[in-house]
Design a protein. Structure first.
Length: 143
């Protein structure tokens, strides 16, 4: 069963013009009937506007059962928050460990660069040896 504009207004407790504006803006999809009036599916209407009965229930003070339900929901939310905080603490510890490992690797890299620079100087000095060359004969008989 589809609602007309006036039926939709009664079902939601809204004004007909409010429903019509929602249809024209595209918030609610509706088809035009044979008579030219809007036909609105109840699921589509109540997706945007809650039923009038639900609005009245929301205005009534909650009963003890409802309050207990809220408290259990709050408790479950609090336990979830505590779990997430523990996970965050573990992630921070892991991050700190990785940061320390990175710093150690940077120190190692810097040390290896210094060693490489000093060895390059020694290799260059050996390759550019300017000492006079002695012949084989002079090396054999000169002691």
């Amino acid at each position: 069963m589809k609602y007309s504009l006036s039926e939709a207004a009664k079902a939601t407790g809204k004004n007909k013009t409010t429903i019509q504006r929602a249809v024209k803006s595209g918030k609610i999809s509706a088809a035009k009937g044979d008579s030219g009036s809007y036909e609105i599916a109840p699921s589509e209407l109540h997706r945007v506007f809650p039923p009038a009965v639900a609005q009245r229930d929301a205005q009534q003070p909650p009963s003890n059962d409802t309050q207990q339900g809220k408290f259990s929901s709050i408790n479950s939310n609090l336990s979830r928050v505590l779990e997430l905080e523990k996970e965050l603490a573990v992630a921070h510890e892991r991050s700190n460990g990785l940061e320390a490992q990175k710093d150690q690797m940077v120190d190692t890299i810097n040390d290896l660069r210094k060693r490489l620079d000093s060895s390059e100087g020694r290799v260059t000095a050996l390759l550019a040896d300017d000492r006079p060359k002695r012949s084989l004969f002079s090396r054999l008989f000169s002691r």
